[in-house]
Design a protein around this ligand. Sequence first.
Ligand code: NAD
Length: 262
Amino acid sequence: MKTYGKVIVVTGAGSGIGKELVLQLLKKDASVAAVDLNPVSLNELVAIASNGRLATFVCDISQRTEVEHLSEKVLEHFGAVDGIINNAGIIQPFVKVNDLSFETIEKVMQVNFYGSLYMIKTFLPHLLTRSEGHIVNISSMGGFLPVPGQSVYGASKAALKLLTEGLYAELLDTHVRVTIVFPGAIDTNIVQNSGVEMEKPDPSTMLSATAAAQQIIDAMGKNKFRSLVGKDAQFLDRIYRLMPKQAVHMITRKMKGLLRNS
Ligand SMILES: NC(=O)c1ccc[n+]([C@@H]2O[C@H](COP(=O)([O-])OP(=O)(O)OC[C@H]3O[C@@H](n4cnc5c(N)ncnc54)[C@H](O)[C@@H]3O)[C@@H](O)[C@H]2O)c1
């Protein structure tokens, strides 16, 4: 769906890819409902964007009732919604499943999978009434390829991938298009925002959030089924499909330094 003149809801809008999505959508004359857990980052967004087509909403997407209230508030403000970009997400600490608490496991699933599902289930009935609508879900290259130390994060993103692909099929004969996005390594503050302690990877090895957001909006505009954002995601997608076992060994060697051993 082309975003010009449309109303788009972006979750995780206060930082990283989400913030860039908001800024670029506004430049393309869309109206944007910017949603985040963090009110401070939303205020900072308003300070840099200051645009009559921008409205911010504090909401924890992992809470179903909060998402239901969110949809009421967004519809009250804009009158309609044409698209949602489920971008909010968190990573897990870089530890093995054996060392991961159920509390953390449930939180990661709750934000990355259920949060996106609550958004979809809440906004879809309205999107189906529009002449066109679009749902974009941000998974991860970790959603198709296992990364040791991020196994539950990967599982949450793989669940989102399958949910999205199922939705794509179910909505084929409607006016609602569906896109799944697999970013590779993107230069954002996701590590700190997720409360994870580790050294920040070298930014020169990562794609900028600006470039990632550009590619996501482009994929939306072209009604793409799937979008691999970054050379790393494109390369690993190919390798994993050709040689899954070798790809797992390769990524395990690469991630060895990051994985905390118990
Ligand atoms: N950065 C990467 O390398 C990378 C790679 C692959 C996929 N992704 C995915 O891209 C998306 C955006 O990540 P980012 O790197 O821009 O992260 P980020 O931490 O910079 O931004 C994420 C935003 O989501 C918000 N958020 C977190 N939990 C929330 C909740 N429960 N309700 C509402 N908002 C919440 C945070 O406050 C933050 O502003 C995530 O889904 C992430 O998993 C990122």
